[in-house]
Design a protein around this ligand. Structure first.
Ligand SMILES: NC(=O)c1ccc[n+]([C@@H]2O[C@H](COP(=O)([O-])OP(=O)(O)OC[C@H]3O[C@@H](n4cnc5c(N)ncnc54)[C@H](OP(=O)(O)O)[C@@H]3O)[C@@H](O)[C@H]2O)c1
Length: 293
């Protein structure tokens, strides 16, 4: 099968490149720009004719959409662009797959939830209540895919990190190594997800897809404060005094969900997935980062 990956220069896209090495399927990795050292076909997913052309020319039977507008703060003042990338572009991909009877695997977010004060893990059929523009535009993307009538798998994930690009783990590795003190919020609770684990799950799902919305993060629950404590511990940074604080102490253009833990029962049962515990995966990522220094 020929499978197209969008946003292949991002965190998840790079992990898709790694986990599909040696695959029997043909993967075509695309993004908006070329990056040195990465084989990338240029594709702007806001351009439906460009999508149709690449699908036709390569006989694409599935698309894995790893592209998005992912800057949660900046989305608040760039709603039009966020809507274009997170809602209109997935609709383009869905239409292109509908036209050829193909499958769209689309990645969404735990931030489609959060306005309601939940305290139990969010399920797939729970109503979306985003707290900001990013979550709202991602929710619109899901709705557009459902309305297109294409075969789809929507995977909502959370707190993604990897060895690639900018992410919380890399930021905190730097801060805990250089600052004597650090305050980190403990009133936002969720689950980190190692993009490598998610990429592996996507490959498993592609082998035997069943249309629907699914939730995937690593196992377990923590706050950003707990996450930072573990990042410091696993990287051997003992000199930084890390303290919990409230979200109000960090003025932000967007209110983030206080609880967005995802219930993963459905994805585990449907695809017989074993999901790693979050600290086990974090350890692996930090080890990889330190070895590739
Ligand atoms: N990061 C998280 O914490 C998180 C949490 C939950 C869900 N998610 C979801 O998980 C998915 C993957 O996230 P990620 O962190 O891997 O994202 P990422 O690192 O920001 O990568 C996104 C990629 O999409 C590219 N892109 C931007 N505009 C495009 C366009 N018009 N056409 C094609 N590609 C375009 C970006 O290029 P440029 O960098 O050059 O713009 C980038 O390479 C996204 O759907 C995201 O919403 C992420």
């Amino acid at each position: 099968m020929n499978i197209l990956v969008t946003g292949a220069n991002g965190q998840l896209g790079n992990e898709m490149r790694i986990v599909t090495r040696g695959s029997k399927d043909k993967y075509i990795f695309t993004d908006v720009i070329q990056v040195e050292g990465l084989e990338t076909t240029i594709l702007d997913i806001t351009d439906i004719e460009a999508i149709r052309a690449i699908v036709r020319e390569n006989d694409v039977k599935a698309i894995v959409n790893c592209a998005a507008y992912t800057n949660v703060d900046a989305a608040e003042s760039n709603q039009e662009l966020a809507e274009l990338l997170n809602a209109k572009a997935p609709e383009n991909l869905a239409k292109a797959m509908k036209e050829v009877g193909g499958l769209l695997v689309h990645i969404s977010t735990d931030y489609v939830f959060g306005k309601e004060p939940y305290n139990t893990p969010c399920r797939e059929d729970q109503k979306g209540t985003p707290t900001g523009v990013y979550g709202l535009t991602k929710l619109h993307g899901e709705q557009n895919i459902l309305a297109s009538g294409c075969d789809y798998i929507i995977i909502r994930t959370a707190w993604l990190y990897s060895e690639f690009g900018k992410n919380f783990v890399k930021t905190m590795l730097n801060l805990t190594a250089t600052k004597p003190e650090l305050k980190v919020v403990f009133d936002q609770v969720g689950t980190p997800t190692y993009a490598y684990d998610l990429a592996q799950a996507i490959v498993t799902i592609l082998a035997n897809p069943k249309t629907g919305i699914y939730h995937y993060s690593n196992e377990g629950v923590c706050s950003w404060f707990d996450f930072t404590k573990m990042i410091a511990e696993f990287s051997g940074q003992t000199n930084c005094n890390i303290q919990p604080c409230h979200s109000e102490e960090f003025p932000s253009p967007v209110k983030r969900p206080s609880f967005s833990v995802l219930d993963k029962t459905k994805i585990k049962e449907t695809f017989k997935l074993e999901i790693p515990y979050w600290t086990d995966s974090l350890k692996k990522c930090i080890k990889n980062l330190s070895e590739n220094k």
